[in-house]
Design a protein around this ligand. Structure first.
Ligand SMILES: *[C@@H]1O[C@H](CO)[C@@H](O)[C@H](O)[C@H]1NC(C)=O
Length: 502
């Protein structure tokens, strides 16, 4: 919207580009003579919740002034993270509106049934032995076979068995992409005769849920040769249904918010923050392990939390004014409202707390877990899902209570991420993680696995490429969140709400 006018005698002719990780992956069409273009070309890209995926869009970039592209003027550029597009209720931005996002559902399975009428007779001694071949179209205009029906012998009016195919196989998640279907007459020797073809799309096929759809089967060669040629028969879509295994994106687009809470270990085993050996030590050049882990995970999650207000707690310290040990004190020192504005706000409050509290002990997780569980229990309709990030040096003191708290939390819309910093042995954390053995407490088993644990040291890169190693850390701790959210929705039979109408 409101692009700059660069053409002297008319309006600009904008064409956008999109890029990921520096390389171009697509180019929109050029729309003539407008400052408010609506591009329609679509781009299909893989989405990973646990990674930051940056997109860059621009008018024609400077290097397009080449013989290949012809002279084009640079209109400007915009940056956006894919997570922001998916997490925001609506695409927004003054110069670039992303206002159509088909969320492909890789787990969506289509079941359809087709029949044909009055197909051409191909066999000398009989009628035809028809079968269908489905092709998905690729980005470059080529076609890939994605399904073959069985052969129905000796008929011009075959009815094929219903069959199932993943939506992804049919159209790669692009509902408007051409799906080509060839009709063949089967021959024993493999030299199947082409009867004719027709084209459709997933979107068109899906309309058959409410009406019969009839396609004309055309043979282009016959059409050229015979003047009176009408068609080589018709194919009717008898039924079409989609089994939806909803995806994480479906829920996020449907308005589910991730509510992110942070809890930081302020126990004495971390070492005095003023000492370079301390896990809380931050030099002017380097963040502490705690701050790094918080930033790495927080910066990805914040795209899915629209108010960007993050409650942040500390545990295991003596807190002013009375110097009592607390296992759940607000980092911003505001008991009424422990929310900090953005990840930056959490970092600021964390540093502030380091200066005011006295690191002590023991290391109790249960109080913060129960705190977040109490909030998560208030909204269980799937519109809010809580992610608690606990950063700790790992010597846990209240294992029994923590197990009990996690088992209780496992029936609530929440997940727990534990990042262990420092050199400690983290066996207790592995047990909480429950990847191998489902966690239980006093004979009660956790309903779902909701804990993900990773040791920070596995991600400290000696070569000093912190950005890369933090991205890997985030990737590993966040990888299970979509699955955990889906398992909650599934056990509660919660369907995604419809995305905002466009
Ligand atoms: C969760 O996040 C949403 C959106 O950011 C916010 O409206 C809601 O109040 C939060 N819920 C809690 C319990 O903090």
């Amino acid at each position: 919207r409101n692009l700059l006018d660069l053409d002297t005698f008319s309006k600009s002719d904008p064409g956008g580009w999109q890029s990921r990780a520096g390389s171009m992956f697509g180019r929109t069409e050029v729309i003539d003579n407008t400052l408010n273009p609506d591009f329609v070309r679509k781009f299909v890209l893989d989405y990973y919740f646990e990674e930051k995926q940056n997109l860059r869009d621009w008018g024609n970039p400077p290097w397009s002034h080449s013989a290949f592209f012809g002279a084009q003027d640079f209109l400007g550029q915009a940056f956006v993270a894919l997570g922001e597009v998916i997490g925001s209720q609506r695409g927004q931005g003054p110069t670039l509106c992303l206002h159509h996002l088909d969320s492909p559902c890789p787990q969506d399975i289509v079941t359809m049934q087709l029949c044909a009428n009055k197909l051409d007779k191909k066999d000398f001694f009989g009628k035809s032995d028809p079968f269908l071949v489905f092709y998905r179209s690729n980005e470059d205009g080529t076609f890939t076979i994605c399904h073959k029906t069985e052969v129905v012998k000796n008929t011009l009016n075959p009815v094929w068995q219903p069959f199932t195919i993943p939506v992804r196989a049919l159209c790669n998640g692009d509902y408007d992409r051409t799906v080509k279907i060839d009709v063949y007459d089967w021959d024993r020797d493999g030299s199947h005769d082409f009867i004719g073809e027709f084209a459709t799309s997933y979107r068109e096929l899906s309309r058959a849920q409410s009406q019969f759809t009839v396609y004309e089967v055309l043979n282009p060669r016959k059409k050229c040769k015979k003047k009176k040629y009408v068609n080589s028969g018709t194919v009717t879509l008898l039924s079409f249904s989609v089994e939806s295994e909803f995806t994480f994106v479906d829920y996020i687009r449907g308005g589910t918010q991730l509510n992110f809470t942070v809890a930081i270990d302020f126990t004495a085993s971390n070492g005095l923050p003023s000492q370079p050996t301390s896990l809380h030590y931050a030099s002017p050049y380097q963040l502490s392990a705690y701050a790094l882990a918080l930033k790495a995970v927080g910066e990805i999650i914040q795209d899915y939390d629209s108010d960007k207000l993050f409650p942040a707690y500390g545990f295991g310290a003596k807190v002013p004014p009375d110097g009592k040990i607390s296992h759940q004190f607000p980092l911003n020192n505001n008991v009424e409202n422990p929310s900090c504005a953005g990840i930056e706000g959490v970092l600021e409050s964390y540093l502030q707390s380091l200066r005011t509290v006295q690191l002590y002990g023991p290391t109790n997780f249960a109080p913060v877990i129960n705190q977040v569980a109490g909030i998560a229990a208030q909204v269980t309709d799937g519109s809010q899902y809580h992610v608690l990030l606990i950063i700790t040096d790992g010597v846990i003191s209240d294992m029994l209570q923590t197990k009990e708290a996690i088992v209780t939390a496992s029936s609530l819309p929440m997940s727990i991420i534990i990042v262990g910093v420092g050199p400690a042995e983290f066996e207790a954390m592995e047990e909480l993680d429950g990847d191998e053995v489902r966690l239980s407490s006093r004979g009660r088993y956790a309903e779902r696995d909701i804990v993900q644990f990773v040791p920070f040291r596995d991600y400290v890169d000696d070569s000093g490429n912190q950005v890369l190693s933090m991205a890997r850390l985030a990737k590993d701790v966040l990888a299970e969140i979509p699955e955990q959210l889906l398992s909650y929705m599934k056990t509660r039979d919660i369907k995604p709400r419809r995305a905002d109408p466009e």
